[in-house]
Design a protein around this ligand. Structure first.
Ligand SMILES: Cc1cc2nc3c(=O)[nH]c(=O)nc-3n(C[C@H](O)[C@H](O)[C@H](O)COP(=O)(O)OP(=O)(O)OC[C@H]3O[C@@H](n4cnc5c(N)ncnc54)[C@H](O)[C@@H]3O)c2cc1C
Length: 309
C-alpha cells in the first residue's frame, strides 16, 4: 500500500476531523463528487434517476461506531423509514448497513435485534446488505450474518478480497447460497492479515469472484455482487463467465455513486445487472477519506477545489 494511501487512511481515524470536517467548505464541496447530498431525499432522487437508466441502487446512511443504545435505536428507526419510502416509491433500491451503526460495539444481541427488524421490513425479493468493516469486526459480522441467514433468505454480506482469510470465509457462504458482495477492501490493514500489494489483491479478487460464480455456487443459488470499478477485472470476468456459460443475468456489478458512471451505464445497457451504492448523511468524513485513498487523483481534485475556493 502506498505511503499516501496509508497516510490518508490514518487521517480518516482522526476524532477531531470526524467531528469537525463539515466546517470546511472545500471538503463539503469535494464530497459532492461522491454523494448526491446529505439528505435521504437526495439519495432517493438520485436512485429514481438511475432507475430510469435501468441501474438499480443501494442506499446507506453514513455513520459508524455509534456510542449509545439510543443512537443505535434511532439509526434502526431511520432505516425502517427509508425502507418504507423505497416501498412507497417502488424504487429498485436496497439498503446497506454497517453493524457498528446498529450497536455492534455495545451489545451483540442489541445489534442482532436491530438487524432483524430491518431484514423483516425489507421486501422478500430485496436483499438487506451488511457492509464489512475493519478486520476486528470480521468474525462478529460473519457470525451475525450466518445466524440471520438461517432465519431469513433476504440478507447479504460483504467480503474483502484483501484479507488472506476470505477464501476460507467463502466456504460456508457458498454452501448456504448466500448473497455476497465482493470488494477489494477499503481499510488500512496490516500485512499480517491482508495483501499489501495491489497486484495480489487483484489476483485474490479474480479468484474469489470466480468461486462466487462457479457451478457449485450457482447450484446453491449464491447471489454474487461484483463490487468494483476495476475495468480490467470486469472485462476479464465477463470473458471468463461467458466462456463458462454463466448466464448474463447472474453477473451483477455494483459501483459507488459518482465513480465510473459511463461504465455503470454501459454494463446496464449490455444487459448485466448494474447497481450503484449511494451514500448520504452528515457523517461523511471517514468514508470520504477512504474514497480519497482509493485514488491519488482524488487528492488532486481536492487540492484543485482548495485553491479554487
Ligand atoms: C458497491 C460497493 C460497496 C462497497 N462496500 C464496502 C464494504 O462494505 N467494505 C469495504 O471494505 N469496502 C467496500 N467498498 C469499497 C471497496 O473495498 C474498494 O475500496 C473500492 O471499491 C475501490 O476498489 P476497486 O475495486 O474499485 O479497485 P481499485 O483498484 O481501487 O480501483 C480501480 C479503478 O477504479 C477507479 N476508482 C476506484 N476507486 C475510486 C475512487 N474512490 N474515486 C475515483 N475513481 C476510483 C479508478 O479508476 C481505479 O483505477 C465497496 C465498494 C463498492 C463499489
Amino acid at each position: 500500500m502506498s505511503l499516501l494511501r496509508r497516510a490518508i487512511l490514518m487521517a480518516s481515524q482522526s476524532p477531531w476531523m470526524r467531528a469537525n470536517a463539515r466546517r470546511y467548505r472545500v471538503l463539503r464541496r469535494t464530497v459532492t463528487r461522491f454523494m448526491p447530498g446529505e439528505k435521504v431525499e437526495d439519495a432517493l432522487e438520485a436512485a429514481r434517476q438511475l432507475a430510469e437508466k435501468r441501474i438499480a441502487t443501494l442506499v446507506t446512511h453514513l455513520g459508524e461506531n455509534i456510542s449509545d443504545r439510543a443512537e443505535a435505536e434511532s439509526v434502526t428507526q431511520h432505516y425502517l423509514g427509508v425502507l418504507e419510502r423505497i416501498r412507497a416509491a417502488t424504487l429498485p433500491t436496497e439498503v446497506s448497513v454497517k453493524l457498528t451503526q446498529l450497536g455492534l460495539d455495545l451489545d451483540r444481541e442489541l445489534c442482532y435485534a436491530n438487524l432483524t427488524k430491518l431484514i423483516e421490513a425489507a421486501p422478500p425479493d430485496k436483499t438487506l446488505w451488511i457492509d464489512m468493516e475493519q478486520s476486528p469486526y470480521v468474525d462478529a459480522t460473519l457470525e451475525i450474518y450466518l445466524r440471520a441467514r438461517q432465519a431469513y433468505a433476504n440478507v447479504g454480506v460483504c467480503v474483502q478480497a484483501y484479507l488472506y482469510r476470505t477464501g476460507k470465509d467463502l466456504d460456508p457462504l457458498i454452501a448456504i447460497g448466500a448473497a455476497v458482495r465482493l470488494v477489494k477492501g477499503a481499510y488500512n490493514e496490516p500485512a499480517e492479515i491482508a495483501y499489501p500489494k495491489k497486484s495480489d489483491v487483484d489476483a485474490s479478487y479474480m479468484e474469489l469472484a470466480k468461486r462466487l460464480l462457479s457451478p457449485e455456487a450457482r447450484k446453491a443459488r449464491v447471489r454474487a455482487a461484483i463490487a468494483t470499478h476495476d475495468r480490467a477485472i470486469i472485462t476479464e470476468l465477463i470473458e471468463w463467465a461467458t466462456a463458462q456459460g454463466v448466464p448474463k443475468n447472474l453477473l451483477e456489478f455494483q459501483m459507488l455513486y459518482g465513480i465510473q458512471r459511463a461504465e455503470q451505464l454501459r454494463l446496464a445497457q449490455e444487459g448485466f445487472r448494474s447497481a450503484v451504492l449511494i451514500s448520504y448523511g452528515t457523517f461523511w468524513y471517514p468514508w470520504f477519506m477512504r474514497r480519497l485513498a482509493e485514488r491519488p487523483a482524488n487528492v488532486l481534485f481536492l487540492a484543485r477545489n482548495f485553491f479554487g475556493s
